[in-house]
Write a protein that binds this ligand. Structure first.
Ligand code: KG4
Ligand code: ZN
Length: 346
């Protein structure tokens, strides 16, 4: 299986031999976006176009296989930046056509759920899934692969987006998550008491927002505090404390919501996915709360990569779900097999 991922700012290709033998894997991150403090879609598309051929060739070389050894081609079809998605999907279509091989179109967020399974064969359903990235924050109940009950998602910013925005407020680099983590290591997480949105109210399972997230108010609270510290000339001395306190607030909300799901579903197995799954603070807090039932991908497989695309594609291929050459990229592609949680009446 050749997997291709180009939904945002990573150009990636992977060669996977069923079920989870990763023979070759190349991830090229587009550092240029750091100059602009965020991903610039037009630049992302152009950089994918420049890099895709070499990235695929690199993965094949690492796997010591030839293009003709590839049995199936897979690519992300959405969600993501439309111009970026089109590069990888069109490339995959062309290859599938030229090699006369089946094509599998993959949902990026479903693939994030499969990432951990590449490294831990026990990371399989039933489990509570927490998908935390730059564009999404979703809590899912996964009774089996292909069936996803959306318990809650964010009402505004995604948690990764909050890390990126707070990093910008603090004058740290992009992407924000790793920068905040670095600076927070020297800070006091209890220095500032930032809000923990959607925790104090919404405490009953009958509440629509029992599992919802909201990070925009937290970001604004940080902004207000930073302006105040700046006015007093104290920001440099307190930057690490702000970063650590923000990180602690974001992590506390995520952990609390996961534990609500663990209790309601009676399932202690939790699988993490998405770029924020790389957060040490999140992983250690969840590990402590769960007593060793946390399955998290390695850092390399947490952020965007093609290995998870190939793995998710394999699952769909085994069920005969191949795509026609007329399949299109969709920036808001529907999560396959996902249903929304029905709030139980009190
Ligand atoms: O999954 P991903 O690579 O791309 C999307 O699909 O969005 O996630 C990227 C996000 C960024 O917002 C980045 O700041 C965040 O993951 N991130 C982190 C950490 N590493 C990456 N957030 C918190 N702590 C980290 N260590
Ligand atoms: Zn992602």
């Amino acid at each position: 299986m050749l997997g291709i991922e180009t939904s945002c700012d990573e150009t990636s290709a992977a060669v996977l031999r069923a079920p989870r033998e990763l023979l070759g894997h190349v991830i090229l991150s587009q550092d240029i976006h750091a100059l602009y403090g965020g991903v610039v879609p037009e630049i992302a598309s152009r950089q994918h176009l420049t890099a895709i051929d070499d990235v695929v060739a690199g993965a094949l070389r690492e796997a010591r296989v030839d293009l003709h050894d590839i049995d199936v081609v897979a690519a992300t079809a959405g969600p993501g930046l439309i111009g970026a998605l089109l590069v990888g999907l069109t490339y995959a279509k062309s290859l599938a056509f030229a090699l006369d091989r089946p094509l599998v179109a993959v949902h990026h967020m479903e693939a994030h759920l499969f990432a951990t399974e590449l490294e831990h064969s026990d990371a399989h359903p039933p489990f509570i899934g927490l998908l935390v990235s730059g564009g999404h924050t979703m809590l899912l109940w996964v009774p089996e692969w292909g069936r996803y009950e959306l318990l809650g998602e964010t009402r505004d910013d995604a948690v990764g987006e909050a890390f990126d925005k707070v990093a910008r407020i603090l004058g740290l680099g992009f992407p924000g998550g790793p920068a905040i983590q670095r600076v927070a290591a020297d800070g006091d997480a209890k220095a500032f008491r930032f809000p923990r949105p959607m925790l104090s109210s919404n405490q009953s399972p009958c509440d629509d927002d029992y599992y919802s997230f909201s990070f925009s108010g937290l970001k604004t609270a940080v902004l207000t505090r930073v302006r105040d510290l700046e006015a007093r000339g104290e920001l440099d001395a307190r930057r690490a404390d702000v970063a650590a306190s923000f990180q602690a607030a974001a992590v506390a909300v995520l952990v609390a919501k996961v534990m609500r799901a663990v209790n309601e579903k009676g399932c202690r197995r939790v699988v993490l996915g998405g770029g924020v799954a790389a957060s040490h603070a999140l992983r250690s807090a969840l590990e402590a709360a769960l007593d060793g039932q946390l399955f998290a991908p390695s850092i390399r497989l947490a952020t965007d990569n093609a290995a998870m695309i190939a793995r998710a594609a394999l699952y769909h291929l085994e069920r005969g779900r191949v795509a026609g050459l007329d399949v299109t990229a969709q920036s808001d592609l529907r999560f396959p097999g996902m249903t929304r949680r029905e709030t139980v009446a009190a």
